[in-house]
Write a protein of this length. Structure first.
Length: 190
């Protein structure tokens, strides 16, 4: 498949079939994505896998453990939280992506950018093989308790959670705003 067509046809997948995802193939695709995306800098990205039913259940429990501290809000959001819990247990594979941080703002932004390029390349490589994914950065994930439970260390930054599997159904593409309608020329510079 041609690159342009691959990029155009890739979709975010939220509903997955029961077909299992091979961990070895995921590792091979991640390695290839790193080679394609990291220039000559060393990769400062770490991956936490949840593939087995027990690992996904533990992750789902961690996510819900501190999702909402306020008990009134927790009762109000109970159906949503139950839906999240069920979703995380049913996703064929989950990879949590973590970027190392150096303490230098500019270098940390560069590491974050490289990590995002790796994820994007990984998405495209997986799509070419029929796998889809959802790159999650929802506020429910941004909890220190979760970070501690899954082993994110001091000096690391959560970049996202990738839900991966074979699509149950591929959604139709949406219309997009053309770049020409969103850009502006900076005028008056000497």
């Amino acid at each position: 498949m041609e690159s342009k067509q691959l990029i155009k046809e890739r979709r975010t997948i939220r509903r997955f079939s029961d077909r299992s995802v091979q961990s070895q193939r995921l590792l091979e695709l991640l390695s290839e994505a790193e080679r394609l995306s990291s220039d000559e800098e060393p990769v400062r990205t770490r991956y936490i896998f949840a593939l087995s039913p027990d690992e996904k259940l533990r992750l789902a429990d961690y996510l819900m453990e501190k999702a909402v501290e306020n008990s009134i809000v927790k009762v109000a959001l109970s159906p949503i939280l139950k839906s999240y819990h069920k979703h995380f247990r049913q996703v064929p594979a989950i990879i949590i992506v973590v970027a190392q941080q150096s303490g230098d703002r500019i270098q940390d932004e560069m590491i974050f950018g490289t990590t995002c390029r790796i994820i994007q390349s990984f998405q495209l490589l997986a799509w070419k093989e029929g796998m889809g994914m959802l790159w999650m950065t929802d506020p429910v994930l941004m909890k220190e308790a979760l970070f501690k439970n899954i082993g994110i260390k001091e000096g690391e930054k959560f970049v996202g959670m990738l839900n991966i599997g074979y699509p149950e159904k591929i959604p139709k593409g949406r219309s997009r705003t053309l770049a020409e309608k969103r850009w502006k020329v900076l005028e008056g510079l000497n």
